[in-house]
Design a protein. Structure first.
Length: 308
């Protein structure tokens, strides 16, 4: 800001020596305002740069003397200040004041534009950061979903493979067994084959291997064995007592008759600890007789093991 205090005050003029100095200063300023005393305006100072476009060159020396380097240095001046401090005519002071205000407004506009540009850049940076974060989150969510789907797909494939293997194993286990026999074996956890052994003497012909029949007897498994001469022996469960009986033919099944009988009721003839008797004018114990499993398959085996 230009020094605007170069005015002689009354009390200073009364001080010896100061009046002379102020008089000399006023003379210098006046000479500058008049173009160096020659009345020719102009001057090559800094002020010429902003005064020449306004055709106010003649005041350049006065502004240079006050140190005015640009229009912005005059921002605080009024028209009256310009007239009194620089000896300008009012019309010239008005023109310069307009230029000063325009320069100030331009500087303000530039500053505002700079602030708006900075705000826009910050907003764009924030938007870009948000978009990047959202894109990253979306990518991570997609990757997680794909990984989860891959795990589920792999699990489903393993389960399907295991199911197919189980099915194939089951089919292989029951190969050669009729659906009816398989159904009975699974329902009762019954072995496909059993063997009666240990009887000597009467009814020893009932000894040997028996196979599970496709036709149950009294709602329970029934086993048959081909005997010599083409006859068929039957191992079945009695309808009343639940004991197991061996008959020489199927006609005796309905009558609950036979020559060998278990000593007590049992779900299967191969039940552990089951004792046997034989008929000879009544039934007699035979501790040597046994009935054992020869073959189980599939779930029938696991069911029997659970029952044991």
């Amino acid at each position: 800001m230009i020094n605007r205090s170069l005015h002689v005050r009354g009390d200073e003029a009364a001080i010896p020596g100061k009046a002379a100095r102020w008089a000399a200063e006023r003379g210098r300023i006046a000479a500058a305002r008049c173009g160096g005393g020659g009345g020719g305006g102009g001057g090559g100072g800094v002020a010429m740069a902003f005064l020449a476009p306004l055709k106010l060159e003649k005041y350049a020396a006065a502004f240079d003397a006050e140190g005015a380097g640009s229009l912005t240095d005059l921002a605080g001046y009024t028209v009256d200040d310009l007239m009194s401090d620089f000896g300008m005519k009012r019309i010239h002071a008005n023109n310069l004041k307009k230029a000063v205000d325009a320069a100030a407004q331009s500087a303000s506009d530039v500053e505002l534009a700079s602030e708006e540009s900075k705000a826009a850049e910050e907003a764009k940076a924030a938007a870009d950061a948000k978009a990047a974060a959202e894109a990253k989150s979306a990518a991570e969510a997609k990757a997680a979903a794909e990984a989860k789907a891959a795990v589920a797909e792999a699990k489903a494939a393993e389960e399907a493979k295991a199911a197919a293997h189980t099915k194939a194993a089951e089919e292989s286990q029951w190969a050669g067994v009729s659906p009816a026999v398989k159904a009975i074996a699974l329902e009762h956890s019954a072995p496909l084959k059993v063997t009666l052994a240990g009887r000597e003497g009467k009814w020893d012909g009932f000894m040997g291997p028996y196979e599970l029949s496709a036709e149950p007897a009294h709602g329970y498994p029934c086993y048959s064995k081909r005997a010599a001469g083409g006859a068929t022996h039957w191992l079945y469960r009695l309808s009343g007592s639940g004991q197991w009986m061996v008959a020489p033919d199927d006609f005796n099944i309905a009558k609950n008759l036979g020559g060998i009988c278990s000593a007590r009721a049992a779900a299967l003839p191969t039940e552990a600890g089951l004792a046997w008797t034989y008929a000879n004018n009544g039934f007699h114990d035979d501790p040597k007789m046994t009935c054992t499993e020869d073959e189980r398959r599939g779930e029938a085996q696991s069911g029997a093991e659970k029952g044991a």
